[in-house]
Design a protein around this ligand. Structure first.
Ligand SMILES: Cc1cc2nc3c(=O)[nH]c(=O)nc-3n(C[C@H](O)[C@H](O)[C@H](O)COP(=O)(O)OP(=O)(O)OC[C@H]3O[C@@H](n4cnc5c(N)ncnc54)[C@H](O)[C@@H]3O)c2cc1C
Length: 400
């Protein structure tokens, strides 16, 4: 592709929730943005537990009023050791009121979240939304050329939100470490006869977490992580058999169950980019990090990535948004949050699957301590919610 005039300052490649949030955050900072958001190939059946920091960001971006009525609060978080192991952890209940919060966050269906974000992007005069993918991404010294259909675009910075198989990450020359996990997540929504009392319940099993997160009414979303061969057996069940199986595994804590949505199946893996930016390309969301679904960290990290890159670009207005210094600062500012959490989630996941006794002892001891020490419990809850103080300004509810 030959070099031509800039057609926007920044391009977002990928219209998943991270990319859409980044487009809105950049526009809020006064940046003219090109958003490449092709229709995803499948309906996303998942729900997302958006934690308090993400809610603050969505509030600052004006999205939250569009979502609030469809989001269920997560006031309590209960962890139950459902393993058959010798050393089992005690049950722990975390209460958001202990941190002075109404809720740890809110659970929302991914399609609802995407709809609200996309509609807001389309209405924003600073965002030019194109529903086609980038088929080529070529950075050079002064900009990045993109091929979109038969049209060429040129920008100073690409924000890569094109997910796991990111062509932008490859174009930036950034390597990533990936690992397939011997786990598959089955997701579906269920109606149940007993109330969830705004509680998310995470059973820890030998194959991974089995987590209910509240939806509005007597409904919950389920993420059931099992070995791939078990996933095949579950996939073959009809809705009635599946609802019975879920009720059995949940020890009937939510009463009788009924499937309330088609199921989604996700083979799990981890992936972490070696750097989060290079060559005029900054990685956000799953282009930068893929984590197993424990502790609702994945998209919450993606939304903080989005807020952070937007903040840096807005603060450099008048300068070059793709400059090396800005990209180095982005990489530095996201490293501790992303790498620390990726490590923690990996440890939590491995400790469930491993047969190594000292690992179970360490987990049990940690949760025992959480039960008995208010100080330790509050520290764990704050850590789970996200970084305090030095995160992006949007996460503190501030505008750019
Ligand atoms: C079972 C499960 C449960 C989860 N639960 C939670 C939770 O409760 N809380 C939480 O925080 N996280 C959760 N996560 C993680 C979360 O779902 C992901 O982090 C999130 O969906 C990633 O969003 P994204 O926008 O980065 O990527 P994606 O949603 O993958 O979006 C990437 C987009 O880029 C587009 N694209 C790809 N290539 C191109 C191209 N060349 N040009 C243009 N566009 C392109 C794709 O079409 C897609 O729309 C969960 C994950 C799983 C597997």
């Amino acid at each position: 592709m030959s070099t031509h005039a800039y057609t926007a300052e920044v391009a977002l490649v990928g219209g998943g929730p991270s990319g859409l949030a980044a487009a809105l955050a950049l526009a809020a900072g006064g940046v003219e943005t090109l958003l490449l958001a092709p229709e995803p190939p499948h309906t996303d059946r998942r729900t997302t537990a958006l934690l308090d920091g993400s809610i603050q960001i969505l509030r600052a971006l004006g999205i939250w009023p569009r979502l609030e009525a469809q989001a269920a609060p997560l006031k309590f978080l209960r962890l139950i050791d459902a393993t058959q192991r010798l050393l089992r952890a005690p049950e722990v209940l975390f209460d958001s009121a202990e941190l002075g919060l109404d809720a740890f966050g809110y659970n929302v269906e991914n399609e609802t979240l995407r709809d609200a974000l996309l509609k807001t992007c389309r209405q924003n005069p600073r965002i030019r939304t194109v529903e086609s993918p980038a088929s080529a991404v070529e950075p050079d010294e002064n900009g990045v050329n993109l091929l979109v259909g038969d049209r060429r675009e040129r920008v100073r910075l690409v924000v890569a939100s094109d997910g796991r198989k990111s062509i932008c990450r490859a174009a930036a020359g950034i390597r990533s470490r990936s690992r397939a996990l011997p786990q598959t997540a089955i997701v579906l929504n269920l109606k149940h006869s007993e109330p969830h009392n705004d509680t998310s319940t995470e059973f820890h099993t030998e194959s991974g977490p089995f987590t209910f997160a509240p939806l509005l009414g007597n409904r919950s979303s389920l993420v059931c992580v099992v070995r791939p061969e078990e996933a095949e057996t579950i996939r073959a069940m009809d809705d009635t058999a599946l609802a019975l199986e879920v009720e059995r595994r949940a020890h009937s804590i939510l009463g009788k169950m009924e499937a309330a949505s088609p199921r989604g199946i996700f083979p799990l893996g981890t992936e972490l980019a070696e750097r989060f930016a290079a060559n005029r390309i900054a990685l956000i969301g799953e282009a930068a990090h893929v984590l197993p679904p424990i502790g609702a960290q994945g998209l919450n990290l993606g939304i903080r990535d989005a807020a952070q890159i937007a903040e840096l670009v807005a603060d450099s207005r008048g300068g070059d948004p793709g400059a090396d210094g800005l990209l180095r600062e982005y990489d530095r500012s996201r490293s501790a949050d992303v790498r620390g959490r990726a490590m923690f989630v990996d440890f939590a996941n491995r400790s469930l699957m491993s047969d190594f006794l000292p690992l179970h002892a360490a987990r049990g001891l940690g949760l025992q301590l959480a039960n008995h020490s208010g100080f330790f419990r509050r520290m764990l809850m704050r850590q789970g919610l996200g970084p305090s103080g030095d995160g992006p300004r949007f996460a503190r509810g501030e505008m750019l």
